[in-house]
Structure formats: structure tokens, C-alpha cells
Design a protein around this ligand. Structure first.
Ligand code: CA
Length: 224
């Protein structure tokens, strides 16, 4: 699960980041509204934890923007504890609202609960689509019952595309997530991995969206 943490308090942000990372969550932490907006625009997120009182604005404006775009599970973390504030946050589209100060254990528990409600996680089941299966816990992939040998990057790429099947993933998001953002000098790397993946799993899964990125469609592609 890839989670965006928006929190300007250094101690709290660092504590949350470490606690989530220890749970196997892929966390990116930003401290300003503007950075958060840029990150969300790039896409590729499974959940957002959002502080409301940020140095460059109110987190609620971000929530409003989120609501008009792609649905993204969101938990508000705020010191505003009035009922009015909580209701407003939930009305603006947050799935949950945690009042500061809170115990990290409670935050982790709520993140897990929201992940379950949103259909994220469940590594044991594996990600499955038309004969293709990916087990993230054991990092094994298979096609029509036969194991498929993938490099680390190929595996990460396939798992991400499968997890978000039906949603186009931008080149930027894929490079950030799968290639750890280390490809700005060589924009070919992503295409090479995709090409290798297609060779290994067949051409019928990954579709190129010109100028944007790649997607694994939930329904089969027409035979070329
Ligand atoms: Ca704050």
C-alpha cells in the first residue's frame, strides 16, 4: 500500500512515518499543502493521511479537490476536536477523523480498517486477473498455473499495475514507485521493464496509453 502523509509537525510526522513503514506501508511524507497537491496530482496513491492546519493553507481544500477527482481513501488528523469540525471533515469526503493527540496504535488500527474497507491489502489471496497471479508476501508470480520469473523491478511494476487495474498509471507515478525515482536521466528504463514484462506474461495485459503511461485493463484487450 502506498500512502501519502501530509503533516507539518516534525516529531509527529516522523513517528507516523516510522510506525507505518514498520507495518510494510510505503509512506511518502510531505509537510506543505502545495507539495501534497503536487504529489496527489502525480497519482499512484492508495490512501492519504491529512493534517488540516498546514503552514500554507487548510487541508480541507485538498480534500475538496480530491472529491472531484479519483476516489482516494482519506483520514484526517487534526487538533480541531469540535463536533462541527469533525462533521465538516467527514462531509468533505474524509473516511475517518482522528483527533490529536492520538496513540500511534490507534492510527495504525484505523489505517488497517480503512485499507480493508477499501479492498486494499490481503496479500495471501494474491492479486489475480485472467490467469495472472501475483503474491506480494512471497514475491511470486504465475501465469495459467505456471511460475513466471521476474526481476525485482518487473515484479513491483506488475504488482502495482494489477493492484490498480482499470486505472491508468502515469509514467511519473510508475517511475517514482517502482524504480524509486532514480530514472530521470534515462527515461527508457521504464519502457524496457514493460517490454520485458510483456515478453514474459504475453502482450494481452499491459496497454500503453500514449503520452501518459500504462494500464492493465480489467477486461481483456482485443487480440492484435
Ligand atoms: Ca499542523
Amino acid at each position: 500500500m502506498r500512502l501519502l502523509l501530509v503533516e507539518d509537525d516534525l516529531d509527529l510526522g516522523d513517528g507516523i512515518r516510522i510506525a507505518l513503514r514498520d507495518q510494510g506501508v510505503d509512506v511518502v511524507w510531505v509537510r506543505r499543502l502545495e507539495q501534497a497537491a503536487t504529489a496527489l496530482e502525480a497519482g499512484g496513491w492508495d490512501m492519504v493521511l491529512l493534517d488540516l492546519g498546514l503552514p500554507d493553507g487548510d487541508g480541507l481544500t485538498l480534500l475538496r479537490r480530491l472529491r472531484t477527482g479519483q476516489r482516494l481513501p482519506a483520514i484526517i488528523l487534526s487538533a480541531r476536536d469540535a463536533l462541527r469540525d469533525r462533521l465538516r471533515g467527514l462531509d468533505e469526503g474524509a473516511d475517518d477523523y482522528l483527533v490529536k493527540p492520538f496513540a500511534l496504535e490507534e492510527l495504525l488500527s484505523r489505517v488497517r480498517a480503512l485499507a480493508r474497507r477499501s479492498g486494499l491489502g490481503d496479500a495471501d489471496e494474491g492479486l489475480r486477473l485472467r490467469g495472472l497471479v501475483v503474491h506480494e508476501a512471497t514475491r511470486q508470480a504465475g501465469l495459467n498455473g505456471q511460475p513466471v520469473s521476474l526481476s525485482r523491478s518487473e515484479f513491483d511494476l506488475l504488482a502495482l499495475l494489477l493492484k490498480r487495474s482499470g486505472r491508468v498509471q502515469t509514467r511519473h507515478a510508475l517511475e517514482e514507485h517502482v524504480l524509486r525515482g532514480g530514472t530521470s536521466n534515462d527515461s527508457n528504463v521504464l519502457d524496457v521493464h514493460i517490454s520485458n514484462l510483456r515478453r514474459k506474461i504475453g502482450p494481452g495485459y499491459i496497454r500503453t496509453v500514449r503520452g501518459i503511461g500504462y494500464v492493465i485493463d480489467a477486461v481483456p484487450l482485443e487480440a492484435a
